[in-house]
Design a protein around this ligand. Sequence first.
Ligand SMILES: [Ca+2]
Ligand SMILES: [Ca+2]
Length: 184
Amino acid sequence: MAINLQKGQRESINAPKFTIGLGWDTNTSSTGSAFDLDASVFILGDNKKIIADEYFVFYNNLKSPDGAVEHTGDNLTGDGDGDDEQVKVDLSKIDSKVSEISIVVTIHEAEARKQNFGQVRNSFIRIFDTATGADILKYELEEDFSIETAVEFGRIYKKDNNWKFEAVGVGMKGGLQDYLTKYQ
Ligand SMILES: [Ca+2]
Ligand SMILES: [Ca+2]
C-alpha cells in the first residue's frame, strides 16, 4: 500500500531505483483547444540551482548527463487513468553535487490557449519502486488553483544521506519560465 501524503508532508524513499508517475485529467471543452501538460525535472545543487544546463530534464532533453534521471516521453492529452508521464530515477548514478530534484508540471502554451491549473482535475504524483513495482507514496493535489500555469508537484531531497520526498503543491502564474528563472 502506498502512503498517501498531504500537502507539506514528507516521506523517505527507500528504493535506489524508483519511478515518478504524474497524472492529470483536463476538460478540453472548457477552452476549445487541446490541453498539453508537461512534466519537467530540475536537478539542483546545494545552492538550489541546476548543476548544469543539461540537468533540466524535460520532453526535449530526456536524460540527465549522469544517466540518473530519465523522462520516458511526452504525453499530449492526459487522457485516461494512471500515469500520464513518468520519470525514472536511479540514485546510484546521481552526480555527487546533486542534493535536490524538483518536479514541476506546466501547461504547454498556456497563455496562447488561455489555460490554467484551475481547469486541471485529478492531478497526482506517485512514486513506486522500479524493480518491484511496489507503491511507495502518492500525493493527490487538492489545491484549488485558479491562475497558476505551472505547479511544483513535489521535491526529492537528500538529508543525512537519505533521500526524502516532500509533497509541495505550490504553483506560479508565469509558466515554465518562472521555474527556469528560479532554478537556472
Ligand atoms: Ca505533455
Ligand atoms: Ca489522465
